[in-house]
Design a binder for this molecule. Structure first.
Ligand SMILES: *[C@@H]1O[C@H](CO)[C@@H](O)[C@H](O)[C@H]1NC(C)=O
Ligand SMILES: *[C@@H]1O[C@H](CO)[C@@H](O)[C@H](O)[C@H]1NC(C)=O
Ligand SMILES: *[C@@H]1O[C@H](CO)[C@@H](O)[C@H](O)[C@H]1NC(C)=O
Ligand SMILES: *[C@@H]1O[C@H](CO)[C@@H](O)[C@H](O)[C@H]1NC(C)=O
Ligand SMILES: CC(=O)N[C@H]1CO[C@H](CO)[C@@H](O)[C@@H]1O
Length: 848
């Protein structure tokens, strides 16, 4: 950390002219905005993964959570779906997104890329770019560089026109060019190095008046700042002195793939990683993701990324607080802010205590001499008690960091979560009459493809995205095979396949389906005498988004080979047969997903149950109120859903996660994406977000395309609402409880101050408990939207056993704020000064 003491080379990026303009400068220990030395606490929210109507609330909740900056990628393929045809409408209006950021008084980080990765379809690259002859991505290739420059310039010009760079008085303090190229650069050799230099030059020449960053790029040229991405970045060092240590992607959780379990990253471990980063001299950190959201339409990356991109982020897919994570890092942010002045202008001294696994880092303000400390226990299983003599004694749980204000007062510990847990559930809205949806269905017309009739032919097996331009998930491959015998012949159809779902039919009869990524499809079939038609339907589920040369990664049958195996020892290679092709579904071409489409032969009746390649349609009444809406698709197979013509994304509830491998989750020890898994044995994704803005008060239409066969009888619209809330706080902390939405705390099901055990949903009273545990909580909280309690022996009448390890555990319900008489009674009783003693089925005693 000696480099922090080095000469401060200040690089100025101000554009001159505007009086509102802010300068953004930096040195090794601060980002300096208008002369103010700052640490930056940022969160990623990708504008296309929510709706315009959700943005202000998401941004406000980020601000309430203690962030000062919102970061987003720019998604090239969404904005330029066809070359030089741009789309910045609706939730692609990133200018409006940054304007909301500005209105909230926050900074912005603009990651142009234009390669995004981000589990986004094809990493954000347009497929037309791949289909330009001679192009090579992310290397010293003129065609690619020209396109990248054209798009980058377009975005920069739009931002400039809207005056959104800080240098123009706007919120954007940093911009990013390229993205994590350093991870994959090796194989690109000298051309890769030349490309990185070019990226930096091209970016800097845009003259935006704020610094450019390049993440994961050790050789980043000196005109841009190299930053770190990862689960932990505390050991990261920028590639040259005098630049700040910045963490552009701190993975707050992990993404989910079809067929896999739900990953979780604990609040304790996330807070540990962020605390360690600032302990080790970090100055900017960005939660990836702060709100993950939804991969609407066909935007999910691949292979096989789910429609939900919740990411276990501090805000859930629907925009609700993910508690305790949101609140725990909010407390961390508040603690860091208290040290901001000292952290950004200080000398640093790190001391190792106890065999190097306990580290005390002291920041001492250069002018003031004020101190601010981080005390970390990096042991994965051993709690320690540390004596800092005149600065006090501290209990440090394993794998935790304490932040000590003045170096003598603990204001935060990453493993002590003093924040409520909110358990959210999806349920039919109790306020509404149950509704039975009645379904109409229409078969996907397939007479042509069953007979081998396509739109064009080729005597080879074509690569899928090159053929479809990614206008659809679906590509039909069809050919004819003659059986020269006079009897039916048993064969095996073998296809070398690059993914992700392959359906085979012989003479219109299904022979089987198989999914995955790069596998050999082998199914037995029967050839009748004479001419036979082989029909193969390939479906992509998100194009590859990561890796060196990933853009070339073939999709679909791509060269095959496709073979017939006969009698175990004869092989007929069909790869250079005459193949007939059709891109997409007839229903897509006829816009059957659009309720105003006049096409489609819809019928009623139950013959559709289990039928593959079927369109479904129903009308529905949306749930009343303002809670977020989720569509429960249990019973359906795989396909795509639309509400009033708006895509909810792909669905695949028939695919379940491995039943094994879930279990207790220990926050201690380095996080990996296969740690702390849930949802074993359940559908990978059963619920699909229906943003309220997609709904009308009347005449709503839900349309499903079902590819593999399902049963819509259980499909229903539900609301996402709090079930129970739990609070857990140690002595000395303040416990805050609040109910989301327009709800109040209605029923204190459990409250115990002492040594209760268990966790939310299963708390148990310990060997001792303060008598006023329940009554004090009821008095402070019942009937209120939120409440705060100082956790002390005094509050609960427990002066005689008020040991430091005491904690308060509370479990309560949230109820609608109006029309609930019980709550009113509570309030009246409170006014009269009588502590309420209600009969709670799970309460452990109430002795006011
Ligand atoms: C760093 O801290 C140690 C232990 O408190 C102390 O002995 C040492 O003098 C300090 N070094 C500097 C440069 O302040
Ligand atoms: C039938 O005969 C043709 C022409 O000889 C040959 O190309 C084809 O592979 C044969 N079909 C089978 C199934 O053996
Ligand atoms: C291979 O084919 C020949 C001729 O059709 C047949 O006699 C033989 O039994 C086959 N061998 C195996 C292993 O199936
Ligand atoms: C519908 O739900 C009921 C009750 O949970 C269940 O028994 C039935 O199997 C479900 N049907 C389908 C098609 O999922
Ligand atoms: C190197 C790497 O895999 N980076 C990925 C980290 O995770 C984020 C979000 O999941 C991706 O966008 C990065 O590409």
């Amino acid at each position: 950390m000696g480099s922090l003491l080095g000469i401060l080379l200040i690089v100025s990026f101000a554009l001159h002219g505007s009086c509102l303009a802010a300068t953004v400068e930096y040195d090794a220990s601060a980002l300096i905005i208008n002369g103010q030395r700052k640490i930056i606490l940022s969160g990623a929210i990708h504008y296309p993964r929510s709706t315009v109507e959700m943005w202000p609330d998401l941004i406000q909740k980020s601000k309430d959570g203690g962030l000062d900056t919102i970061e987003t990628y720019i998604f090239w393929n969404a904005h330029e779906p066809r070359r030089r045809e741009y789309n910045f409408k609706g939730n692609l209006d990133f200018i409006k997104f940054f304007q909301y950021v500005q209105q909230a008084g926050l900074y912005g980080i603009l990651r142009i890329g234009p390669y995004a990765c981000a589990e986004w379809n094809y990493g954000g690259f347009p497929v037309w770019l791949y289909n330009i002859p001679g192009v090579e991505f992310r290397t010293d290739n003129q065609i690619y560089k020209d396109e990248m420059q054209t798009f980058t310039t377009k975005i920069v010009d739009m931002v400039k026109a809207a005056k959104l760079f800080a240098s123009q008085g706007g919120p954007i303090i940093l911009a990013q060019i390229e993205n994590e190229y350093g991870n994959i650069m090796g194989p690109y050799g000298a051309r890769g190095k030349a490309y990185v230099e070019w990226c930096a030059q091209m970016a800097v020449a845009q003259n935006i008046g704020v610094p450019w960053i390049m993440c994961q790029q050790n050789n980043a040229p000196s005109s841009v700042i190299n930053t770190c991405n990862g689960f932990y970045c505390d050991q990261f060092k920028p590639n040259r002195p005098n630049v700040p240590k910045m963490w552009t992607e701190n993975w707050s959780g992990w993404f989910k793939k079809w067929g896999q379990k739900d990953p979780h990253r604990t609040a304790e471990d996330l807070a540990y990683a962020v605390s360690r980063f600032f302990q080790n001299g970090g100055i900017l950190q960005n939660y990836y993701m702060y709100h993950g959201g939804t991969n609407f339409g066909r935007t999910s990356g691949g292979p096989l990324i789910t429609t939900s991109y919740e990411y276990d982020a501090p805000l859930d897919e629907y925009g609700n607080l993910n508690q305790p994570k949101w609140g725990h890092i909010k407390n961390l942010h508040a603690a860091l802010r208290l040290g901001e002045k000292i952290l950004t202008s200080s000398s640093v001294n790190t001391t190792k205590l106890l065999d190097g696994s306990v580290e005390l880092t002291t920041y001492t303000g250069k002018q003031t001499g004020e101190r601010f400390c981080f005390l970390a226990n990096t042991k994965t299983s051993e709690d320690v008690e540390i004596d800092l003599h005149q600065d006090g004694k501290y209990f440090l749980p394993a794998w935790s960091v304490s932040i000590l204000q003045g170096c003598n007062k603990e204001i935060f510990n990453s493993a002590k979560v003093n924040v409520q847990t909110t358990v959210m559930v999806k349920q039919q809205n109790e306020a509404d009459k149950p509704q039975q949806l009645s379904w109409a269905w229409a078969p996907e017309p397939m007479k042509d493809t069953m007979k081998g009739k396509g739109r064009f032919t080729a005597s080879q097996l074509l690569e899928q995205k090159a053929t479809t331009n990614d206008e659809s998930d679906y590509l039909w491959y069809m050919t004819r095979v003659d059986n020269n015998d006079t009897t039916a012949k048993k064969v095996t159809l073998s296809v070398k396949y690059s993914g992700q779902m392959l359906h085979g039919l012989v003479n219109g009869k299904p022979i089987g389906s198989q999914w995955g990524y790069v596998f050999t499809y082998e199914k037995p079939a029967l050839l009748k005498p004479g001419s036979n038609i082989i029909t193969l339907l390939s479906a992509t589920v998100g194009l590859q988004n990561y890796g060196e040369f990933f853009e070339k990664g073939p999709e679909g049958i791509a060269g095959g080979p496709v073979k017939l195996l006969i009698d175990g020892n004869t092989t007929i290679d069909l790869s250079s047969n005459q193949w007939s092709y059709k891109v997409g579904l007839t229903g897509e071409a006829k816009r059957l997903y659009d309720p105003t489409s006049k096409h489609g032969k819809w019928s009623t009746g139950t013959r559709h149950v289990g039928r593959p390649m079927t369109w479904y349609k129903t009308t529905f009444q949306p749930p009343s109120g303002t809670d977020p809406v989720a569509l429960d698709l249990q019973g359906m197979g795989k396909g795509h859903a639309w509400v009033n013509g708006n895509s909810l994304g792909r669905f695949w509830p028939s695919l379940t996660a491995d039943p094994n491998g879930c279990g207790p989750c220990d926050y201690r020890g380095a996080y990996k994406e296969n740690k702390c898994l849930t949802n074993c044995g359940n559908p990978t994704q059963r619920w699909y977000h229906v943003p309220r803005s997609f709904l009308k008060s009347q005449d709503n239409t839900l349309i499903l395309f079902e590819e593999v066969g399902g049963n819509p009888s259980n499909v229903s619209f539900q609301v996402v609402k709090p079930d129970i809330i739990c609070g857990n706080a140690f002595k000395g902390a303040t416990l805050e409880l609040s109910c989301p939405g327009e709800r109040v705390i209605s029923d204190i099901q459990f409250a115990s101050y002492g040594n209760p055990s268990g966790s939310c949903g299963s708390f148990e009273k310990g060997s001792f408990e303060a008598t006023h545990s329940i009554s004090a909580v009821e008095k402070a909280c019942s009937g209120k939207q939120s409440c705060a309690l100082i956790v002390s022996g005094e509050t609960f009448g427990a002066k005689n056993f008020d040991v430091d390890t005491n904690r308060l555990a509370v479990q309560a319900l949230c109820a609608a704020a109006t029309g609930d008489d019980d709550d009113d009674d509570d309030e009246e009783a409170e006014k009269e000064g009588q502590p309420m003693c209600m009969d709670h089925s799970q309460s452990v005693g109430c002795q006011p």
